[in-house]
Design a protein around this ligand. Structure first.
Ligand SMILES: O=C(O)[C@H](O)[C@@H](O)[C@H](O)[C@H](O)COP(=O)(O)O
Length: 261
């Protein structure tokens, strides 16, 4: 590991989306070249909408193509609710993105939680971990899965996935997927990728937009304070990239980079 997290800032989400697309397509090419698939995990929140803006746009060149048929999509965190519930991250991704993919093209393989065990968060997490084991163990070290890309959001308190500031889950060292029963952001019962899995990914991209993020962005980039997003920055170094709008980093002194692939 080396370097520091990259911070890319754009005037508006409309300017951010095409650059995020280029970054994702490059990650896709690397994943497909390495093992024939592109293994990605996504968060909920505002991310699926921004992803749709980036990925449903028409290609601008022959190489600017999203190969959906090669994608395996996991959930970086998920709420313990039915898959058609308003709080479900799966339902959100489906409505914002998956349902809008061209029906006649190859579809991604999507890995939702097992909604038959919603009352038992530990079992829900264990089954989701088995879903990862089935997908990753054959090609990667079985100690930790290696996602090609994680696409994450950042909460106003500095949480990411369902890893919340000060929570004991931040000390998890062996599980790939962990339950949480006391999420400060509702709903309280969820499952989440653990910090070691997050920092083990080939690349991690955060998307954070809007003035509501500027205080926490200052804290993450200037103080750290053990916030989950700061721990990801520290664990990933320059494998971590932030795609933000100018409003989210107003007053943040951490150097912005011009984006280049
Ligand atoms: O299930 C969740 O609660 C989300 O996955 C969560 O981790 C989200 O990514 C952040 O809260 C940022 O949300 P916004 O992008 O909406 O600010």
């Amino acid at each position: 590991m080396g370097g520091q997290a990259n911070l890319y800032s754009f005037p508006a989400v409309g300017d951010l989306a095409p650059v995020l697309r280029a970054y994702i397509i490059q990650s896709q090419a690397n994943g497909i070249a390495r093992h024939g698939t592109f293994k990605v995990a996504v968060s909920g929140g505002s991310l699926p909408k921004t992803l749709a803006q980036a990925l449903l746009a028409p290609p601008t060149s022959e190489t600017d193509v999203v190969h959906w048929g090669n994608w395996e999509i996991f959930f970086a965190d998920e709420r313990a609710v039915p898959l058609d519930h308003a709080d479900s991250n799966y339902a959100l991704l489906k409505a914002e993105l998956l349902d809008k993919l061209p029906a006649d093209a190859p579809q991604p393989k999507v890995h939702p939680i097992d909604a038959s065990v919603l009352d038992d968060a530990q079992e829900l997490a264990d089954r989701y971990e088995q879903e990862l084991v089935a997908s990753f163990a054959s090609r990667d070290s079985v100690r930790l899965p290696i996602f090609d890309l994680l696409l994450l959001g950042c909460g106003p308190d500095g949480h990411t996935c369902s890893l919340f500031p000060g929570h004991e889950l931040l000390r998890e060292t062996s599980a790939w997927v962990a339950p949480i029963e006391d999420s400060p952001k509702p709903p309280p019962r969820r499952v989440t990728l653990t910090l070691p899995v997050v920092t083990h990914a080939v690349r991690v991209a955060f998307v954070a937009t809007g003035g509501g993020k500027k205080e926490v962005m200052k804290e993450i980039f200037e103080a750290g304070n053990g916030l989950p997003c700061a721990l990801v920055n520290e664990g990933c170094g320059d494998r971590c990239s932030w795609f933000v709008d100018d409003a989210a980093v107003e007053g943040v002194t951490y150097p912005r980079r011009p984006f280049s692939l």
